[in-house]
Design a protein around this ligand. Sequence first.
Ligand code: E4P
Length: 217
Amino acid sequence: MKFFIDTANLAQIKEANDLGILDGVTTNPTLMAKEGIKGHDAITNHYKTICEMVDGPVSAEVLGIEFEDIIEEGKKLAAIHKNIVVKVPMIKDGIKAIKWFTDNGIRTNCTLVFSAGQAILAAKAGATFVSPFIGRIDDGSWDGVQLVEQIVNIYNTQGFMTEVLAASIRNPLHIVRCAEAGADVCTCPLSSILGLLKHPLTDLGLAQFLNDAKSMQ
Ligand code: E4P
């Protein structure tokens, strides 16, 4: 399973990238706004900076919701850097646009996916990635990871090439369960990635080893 970081924060991207386990980045308008990125030039420069930091797919979301706007924006985003993947919402014009991007060699990430039916449509349109939103499904007391499992099964059965990118990850257990469910990619906040490191027995064991090591010197 590939690891993407789900942020537009450059310090966090650097910290995850320095670990050597980062395969890509996802952003969305909320994450970009959180970093105070405003205006066409600032947006373009920020994506360029991220692409130069991380050697892997960087999802940049379109802001338009009508076919022509999505195409115009997507073409400009894709031209910023070869790592850019155009992120398109799961709406009727979005599916049409994903098909257009597929036919024109531009990679896409179909976002805001909450059902297996939506995931089938994204795959039919040729999306490179499909993003089911695990945490937001859990927030409604459904099981987000079950949806990942269902999409993975459908794609395997049907031979769809679209990669299942588990998004809206809220904790380390989500990452583990998405790996079990067969997700191709998990996009996570830095805190969830670092949370995977933690175990009290590791801390206790290391403290003892360090203490015993003193008697060996
Ligand atoms: C990434 O592709 C999604 O936009 C993101 O994971 C959504 O996460 P959230 O539900 O925590 O906002």
